[in-house]
Unconditional design. Structure first.
Length: 307
């Protein structure tokens, strides 16, 4: 096969799967719809499976959500890799379907051609930008949510919290509020919405005050005592909604000084949306960009004509 043939094949695999009718409207064939669905499904499956693998590997390597320094770097690398591979999987499916449509060779030939088709640096950069950007938005700036939760730290599923009054237990009003958040968002460590809510001090009392006895002694402390605690470096604490099983695990972990991790589905949920975004971008980024440019151009013309 000549280089010109290779170029034609590459273009064929990247053609926009839409056709204009005589009325100027865009139509999409059933085969094109199937190609898009299969490519986006492959991209989504790739990102979610890698997100699950990252969480499990992090538990083995003792990297959790909120682990200082390491979790941020490791999460960035994992999410960038997941995004790049998700976009690549979508393009592989698209090229394989295009080769099948042209009828060149058998199934293995289609798959082989798709795999060796490769991707340029611009494709990879776009995949990383789209996938990483979506995950960054969904995680509210905390990429380390892809890792498991350490029960001694704020969990990966943390959404809302309320200020705690030192080491004192949550009030009835606070417990009602925390209970509402538990049912709506789940435990801040594992995401479970079952059972009674626990008002979880973060950081835990023993870590905040140095010992359980010191924390107990400061319950009901006067305002001057609370000011003194703040001056001497006792961190301000907040209550997060926590399920009873995670509370039991935390009690043992804090008492023994061990690290206990719990899995969650946060990374998987984010991974689904990131995979879909990567798949759509891999297939239709140029189309979406052109559509935005066209509409922006029309808007500028309309605005200029009204002056």
């Amino acid at each position: 096969m000549t280089n010109d043939d290779d170029d034609d094949d590459a273009r064929a695999g990247r053609e926009t799967p839409s056709h204009k009718t005589t009325s100027g409207r865009m139509t999409t064939s059933r085969e094109d719809v199937e190609t898009n669905a299969m490519a986006i499904a492959a991209s989504t499956a790739t990102f979610t499976s890698l997100a699950w693998t990252t969480q499990r590997l992090g538990m083995v390597l003792r990297i959790a959500c909120g682990t200082p320094f390491v979790s941020g770097i490791a999460a960035s690398m994992a999410i960038a890799s997941s995004a790049a591979l998700s976009g690549a999987s979508a393009r592989v499916v698209e090229r394989a379907r295009a080769a099948r449509k042209r009828g060149k060779g058998g199934t293995m030939k289609w798959v082989t051609d798709a795999l060796v088709g490769g991707a340029d640096a611009r494709d990879v950069a776009r995949d990383v930008f789209v996938g990483g950007g979506v995950f960054l938005f969904l995680s509210r700036g905390n990429l380390s949510r892809i890792f498991a939760s350490d029960v001694a730290r704020v969990g990966a599923n943390a959404r809302k919290s309320v200020a705690a009054k030192g080491s004192e237990y949550a009030t009835d009003a606070q417990r009602r509020l925390l209970g509402t958040w538990l049912k709506k968002h789940g435990c801040h460590h594992c995401g479970s919405t079952r059972g009674s809510v626990i008002g979880d001090h973060m950081p835990p009392n023993k870590k905040a005050f140095g010992s359980g006895a010191a924390a107990k002694a400061n319950r009901g402390a006067s305002f001057p005592r609370r000011v003194f605690n703040y001056v001497r470096g006792v961190p301000l604490q907040r209550f997060y909604p926590q399920c009873e099983p995670c509370s039991a695990l935390q009690s043992v972990a804090v008492r023994t000084g061990s690290r206990t991790f719990v899995a969650h589905r946060v990374g998987l949920k984010y991974g689904v949306l990131c995979g879909v975004a990567c798949g759509i971008a891999a297939l239709h980024f140029d189309d979406i960009r052109d559509w935005i440019d066209d509409n922006a151009r029309r808007a500028r013309k309309t605005f200029a004509s009204r002056k």
